[in-house]
Every structure is written in C-alpha cells, then in structure tokens.
Design a binder for this molecule. Structure first.
Ligand code: DHB
Length: 308
C-alpha cells in the first residue's frame, strides 16, 4: 500500500505525523519522532525566548478527548534553529512550527529558522492559551499582515495552522488572505479553544491555568476538523494541500480526513495517550482500510467524499 504523500512539493514517506505540541518539545522527543514511524518531525511551536509554560496540571485526557492549556512551553527558537539541521539525518521532512507573542516575534523567528532550512514552516495562527492574547487566525486582517511579512523572509514553503471556524463566512474570508500571502499548505485544525471540562466528583475544573479553560482535542472535535478540511478543500478546488488534524484515533479516522481532502494527518491527543507506537498501529490500520476499500494509495482517495 502506498501511504506516501506530497505537500508543497515536499515528499513524505508516509502520511501520519505528530501534531505540533505533542511529544515534540525537547531534543530527546524530537529524535524519538525521528526514529519512529512518524512520516515527519514537527516541532513544538517556538517562541523568541524559552518558556516554562503555564502552571500544572495543564493537560487532562478523558474518554472523548483532551483539554490543555500548556502555555507554549518550548526551548526558544535558537535551540530549534540549531537542532533542525541535525534532525534531518532521520531522512524525513522537518516542519518548524513558528509562534510568537506579537507580530514582530514571528518575523524574527522565521528569519532565523529559515536559515536552518526546515523542509516546511507551519505558522501557528491559533494558540488559544496565552492569557490576554487572542487567536490571530480569528482576525483576517491581522493574519494577512503577519503572513505577508513572514512570507517575505522565508525561502522554504510556508503553511498555516488555523483555528477551527464555525461559520462558512469565516472560512470564505480567509481564502483571499491565504491566496494573497502565498500560503502553500494548511494544517486544520488547532484545538477548539477555551472549552471547559468539569469533574463532578471533586466539583473542580481539571486544569489549573485560566480558571480551567483550555483547548479541546481528540475524538470530540473530529466533526469540526473534518468540516474545516472539507470546507477549505472545496474553497480551493483541491489545489491547496491540507494536513488534517483532529480526532484521529483509528485508521478509519484517517480515511475520513483523506476523503474530506487531507493529504496527510497529524496526531495529538492519541500520541500523548498512547506514545510513538500509535504511528505503527495507525499505519497498519489505514493500510487495511484502504485495501478493503479498493484504494491503492492516499492520493487515490483524497477528496473523494460523496455528497447525497
Ligand atoms: C499551545 C496550544 C496550542 O493549541 C497552540 O496552537 C500553541 C500552543 C500551548 O498552550 O502551548
């Protein structure tokens, strides 16, 4: 079974990688991804300075998903700039996830990280967990300003990690922004921001930062993820590659993302939960699903969702 895929001209040996944030902060974690069956190494979203992140507990898994408010714990972009050339020895694409606490940070980081030549840059316009900082992806004008400036300093392909949109008008408004700024791939979706999980036994919230509010992931967000993959696939007529993220737990979940138009998927909650063995299991499950369905490759079923 051919599970390889191509995104913005970059070839991937498979179609399942980690989502930014999941087991990808430290050198040891990134190298473990390199040795695993992950088809790429995606870094934690990096900021200018190293960050400890928010106080713990800041991640909580439950049967239908997860909630987190990590607060961008990361080594700082200088450390990742040094690591990226070393990570290339694993022979799979390296994707640098770039964040920032203000617009200027994104430009400074992108300028330096570009010199370390990651295969792709994923600009994170959708971190929901920094107190007082709105998700940039919900502001089309701010997104355009930032992406235009980042594009100018990059020579490697630029993609964007977007927040979930819940209204077709918001997706439509982003299309000209993404076109004008030369975005070459989309990662859809980031966590569903500012949810709240309650423990009725202890009568408490389950994570400490922001009074318990945090980004939701896992099975409970799959329909929102699929809807955003499908909507952008249709809006771009299938011409803009999409990495689907949200609710992947089984090979069938991946198949659904591919049918909606994804060229690859990222895994977050299930990777945190299950560890790197999730890549082996998911690859086998996806191969079995495609085989049973009579598809010979990822490419063959991409976007093939039927409407009634
Ligand atoms: C964090 C969470 C996100 O969903 C994101 O896009 C970036 C950072 C975090 O809290 O670390």
């Amino acid at each position: 079974m051919n599970l390889s895929t191509t995104i913005a001209g970059v070839q991937f040996p498979g179609c399942i990688m980690n989502a930014a944030g999941a087991r990808c902060v430290t050198q040891a974690e990134l190298e473990a991804l390199g040795r695993s069956r992950a088809c790429a190494i995606v870094t934690k979203s990096m900021t200018l300075e190293p960050r400890q992140g928010n106080p713990e507990p800041r991640y909580y898994g439950f049967p239908s998903g997860s909630i987190n408010s990590m607060g961008l714990p990361n080594l700082g972009y200088r450390a990742y700039a040094k690591l990226i050339p070393e990570l290339k020895r694993f022979g799979k694409p390296v994707i640098a996830s770039v964040a920032g606490l203000c617009e200027a940070d994104f430009i400074s980081i992108a300028t330096v990280i570009n010199e370390s030549q990651p295969d792709l840059v994923e600009v994170n316009l959708s971190c929901p967990n920094i107190p007082g900082k709105p998700q940039i992806g919900y502001d089309a004008e701010a997104s355009e300003r930032l992406l235009a400036r980042v594009r100018k300093v990059l020579t490697v392909p630029m993609g964007v990690k977007l927040p979930p949109y819940f209204d077709p008008v918001h997706q439509e408004q982003m299309v000209p922004v993404l076109e004008r700024t030369g975005v070459q791939f989309l990662s859809l979706i980031n966590s569903v921001g500012n949810g709240l999980v309650v423990d009725p036994v202890s009568e408490t919230v389950v994570i400490k930062p922001k009074g318990g509010f945090g980004g939701l992931g896992g099975p409970l967000i799959k329909p929102v993820a699929l809807a955003n993959v499908r909507a952008f696939w249709k809006l771009f007529g299938g011409r803009l590659p999409i990495i689907g993220t949200g609710g992947v737990v089984t090979g069938t979940d991946i198949f659904e993302h591919l049918l909606c138009g994804a060229s690859a998927v990222q895994i977050g909650t299930v990777l945190v939960d299950e560890g790197l063995a999730a890549f082996d299991r998911l690859e086998q499950e996806l191969a079995a699903v495609l085989e049973a369905k009579g598809y010979g490759s990822v490419e063959a079923c991409r976007g093939k969702l039927k409407e009634l």
